[in-house]
Design a protein around this ligand. Structure first.
Ligand code: ZN
Ligand code: ZN
Length: 296
């Protein structure tokens, strides 16, 4: 089940934005799935120490039972269908074995936009449904990696992309009385400290290129850090305690009004993911099948 604070945030979002119910139903399903201990058991061994900005996920080999992944992908599609999303092209392609759930899962975990688009074209998904669902398909795996690997993230991480999965930050947090600035990844939930005056996307640190926008209704707690070098922006939230890793996406959704302000002023989130990662997903051999196979 989602945590108590996540539950409160979801309830608030349901009330504030009844039109988001279909989206929230799918987000909630992914949050529930991410709590399952099975995901922790398939976190791959770390192959490197994350030097030179290389995300820990890069180069990982995830060995996972195809049935487990297939059930998860189909459950998410059922939830999406129940919420009114037309997922028929994907359901049909999976049922006819035109696409392999392990491939869908691999592309989702790497957050590889061009590969996602190729896959969508191959199954006749013309409405960007796969692009929309992929982050949620990969989420339980990425959250499990973050839980296992957070202590292994290099102490100093002076990059804009996530040290674990390579994604761009969903939000920045100005935290506590000291006001340290942290970037937060929505995909895996990770948390890394960053400098105040530096663009997360292009590394720009010339102060005349960096600015801040405020939303009239949310002056005190929420602002938008913008960069005139790359026209990127990061929503910035002042917090007393860290946002829980599982709740970063909800904070992102709950501050959509700031995205609107940024977009209206000509800023946008980068279209491509932060630092691309290569991941191989391979079918784990079923222990049961091994046992049966060894029977005399
Ligand atoms: Zn991440
Ligand atoms: Zn920039």
């Amino acid at each position: 089940m989602p945590t108590l604070s996540a539950r409160a945030a979801l309830t608030a979002l349901h009330l504030e934005h009844p039109e988001w119910r279909p989206l929230l139903a799918i987000v909630e399903e992914a949050m529930r799935e991410a709590q399952r201990p099975e995901w922790g058991r398939v976190v791959p061994a770390l192959g490197h120490a994350g030097r030179d900005g290389r995300p820990l996920l890069d180069g990982a080999v995830i060995s996972i039972a195809p049935g487990f992944v297939g059930r998860w992908v189909r459950r998410l599609l059922r939830t999406a269908a129940g919420a009114g999303t037309d997922v028929r092209p994907l359901v049909t392609a999976l049922a006819a074995r035109h696409i392999d759930p392990l491939v869908v899962f691999e592309v989702a975990v790497t957050q590889d936009g061009p590969r996602l688009d190729d896959l969508a074209r191959a199954v006749g998904d013309d409405h960007g449904i796969l692009r929309g669902l992929a982050p949620l398909i990969g989420r339980p795996m990425l959250q499990a990696c973050r839980r296992a690997w957070a202590p292994r993230v290099p102490e100093v991480w002076a990059y804009g992309h996530c040290p674990i999965c390579g994604g761009w930050p969903a939000v920045a947090e100005i935290r506590g009385l000291g006001g340290s600035r942290h970037l937060r990844c929505g995909a895996c939930g990770s948390d890394w400290r960053t400098e105040w005056l530096r663009c997360s996307f292009c590394g720009q640190d010339a102060h005349e290129q960096l600015g801040s926008l405020v939303s009239p209704e949310r002056l005190d707690r929420e602002t938008i850090a913008v960069c005139d070098g790359c026209h990127g922006y990061v929503k910035t939230i002042t917090t007393l305690a860290p946002i829980r890793p599982e709740d970063v996406t909800l904070q992102d959704l709950g501050t959509l009004v700031l995205d609107v302000v940024a977009l209206e002023r000509g800023y946008s989130r980068p279209a491509r993911t932060g630092r691309g990662v290569a991941v191989s997903v391979v079918a784990a051999r079923s222990r049961l099948r091994d046992l049966l196979g060894r029977r005399p």
